[in-house]
Design a protein around this ligand. Structure first.
Ligand SMILES: Cc1ncc(COP(=O)(O)O)c(C=O)c1O
Length: 369
């Protein structure tokens, strides 16, 4: 049996080598950590290879070129490089938020079943964690963030609100209109983090980023990741967008050389590789349509997702199916850590990986009969 885990310890997806060894398997696929199965952009790889011999040098502590590249990408929105911070993964930015704005006298608010890192960093600062409800009514917003519930949980002590849009592990989205309606009515003293780690996938399905709200609301921080669509999870790089004052606060408390040179270079190259990004999004969409169809045929329900993963309902059999799939060389993500023990999360893989996953899932379901 898999080990039970504490809710405040981040449990990464099992790794391929470990499963190969444990089960004596050659062919193992990992669909557990929402990584882009295509691997990084060729342009990014080639740039990284070229610079490896300069690794005796410290990286640019300002990540200036990467900031300029990001600024260029979002230039229409009156953002300057002073509104940008680069982090060792977007996780570092989330952590800076907690370190700067939370303490043992404050409350932090997020939705139930949110990304576990919010809980971990809030615990580190001894802040009181308040969780709002999710939408449980079946329909297009099923398992989405209930903003009314969130608003009702705000108190004088609330200092930070985390909203993942899209959410992980739910995959649900909020429209910018809903977000603005919410932001408008709450105190400007509360920091609102809108975590857009999966934004590119949602934008493929027509959802808008909250970037345009930055000009109107000084209390918003947007975080983005290079670990998902850009396939750079291993080098650790992400960014945050916020008012100059907030960014300057973060710069005062971050490590001077927080982002390594390879990460800065690969991220810059990847941003400009439009062909690669388009291909990644198209592959993801094809995979998503395939999986949806197969789940329907199998009578398995899933949460509507606007990301590169799907969260499926398997009831009391979820843990057993997770273990059966592991023994067949397919690594998914169990969600008991997230308070969703009846669900499993599957990252959309390459065509071959998706086919193998469905084949092994069918086999596991048959064994259960
Ligand atoms: C919602 C959400 N935010 C942030 C992150 C962190 O990403 P990074 O690798 O940029 O630290 C993840 C990673 O899984 C995520 O799911």
């Amino acid at each position: 049996m898999a080990k039970k885990t504490s809710t405040s310890t981040y449990q990464p997806g099992r790794n391929i080598e470990d499963i190969q060894k444990t089960y004596g398997l050659k062919n193992v696929i990992k669909l557990a950590s929402n990584e882009n199965p295509l691997g990084p952009s060729k342009k990014a790889i080639s740039a990284a290879n070229k610079m490896i011999s300069s690794m005796n040098r410290y990286p640019d502590s300002q990540s200036s070129h990467l900031k300029q590249a990001i600024n260029k990408l979002i230039s229409k929105r009156n953002i300057s490089t002073d509104n940008i911070i680069i982090g060792n993964g977007s996780n570092e930015i989330l952590e800076l938020v907690a370190r700067k704005y939370l303490n043992n006298n404050s409350e932090v608010l997020f939705c139930k079943h949110s990304f576990l890192v919010y809980k971990i960093i809030s615990n580190t600062m001894n802040a009181k964690i308040i969780e709002s409800k999710i939408i449980t009514k079946k329909g297009k917003d099923f398992m989405g963030i209930d903003l009314e519930s969130m608003r009702s949980k705000i108190t004088k002590k609330t200092k930070v609100i985390f909203i993942a849009n899209p959410g992980n592990p739910t995959g649900t989205v909020l429209s910018i209109n809903k977000i603005e309606k919410f932001v408008k009515t709450i105190s400007k003293k509360i920091i609102i983090v809108i975590d857009e780690a999966y934004y590119e996938y949602a934008s493929y399905y027509g959802f808008k980023s909250s970037i345009s709200l930055l000009n109107k609301y000084n209390n918003i921080i947007i975080t983005r990741s290079f670990s998902k669509i850009h396939a750079l999870a291993g080098v650790r790089v992400g960014y945050g967008l916020a008012s100059k004052e907030i960014i300057s606060n973060f710069n005062k408390i971050r490590q001077p050389f927080n982002v390594n040179y390879v990460a800065q270079t690969m991220a810059m190259e990847s941003l400009s590789d439009e062909k690669y990004l388009k291909k990644s999004l198209e592959l993801n969409n094809i995979g998503m349509q395939f999986l949806k169809l197969e789940f329907k045929k199998l009578g398995i329900s899933y949460i509507d997702s606007y990301t590169n993963f799907m969260t499926v309902y398997l009831g009391n059999n979820a843990q057993l199916i997770y273990e059966m799939l592991l023994s067949e060389g397919v690594i998914l993500r169990p969600l008991d850590n997230y308070g969703l023990p009846s669900y499993l999360r599957v990252t959309i893989g390459t065509k071959d990986e998706n086919v193998m996953f469905i084949k092994k899932l069918k086999k596991s379901l048959k064994r259960l009969k």
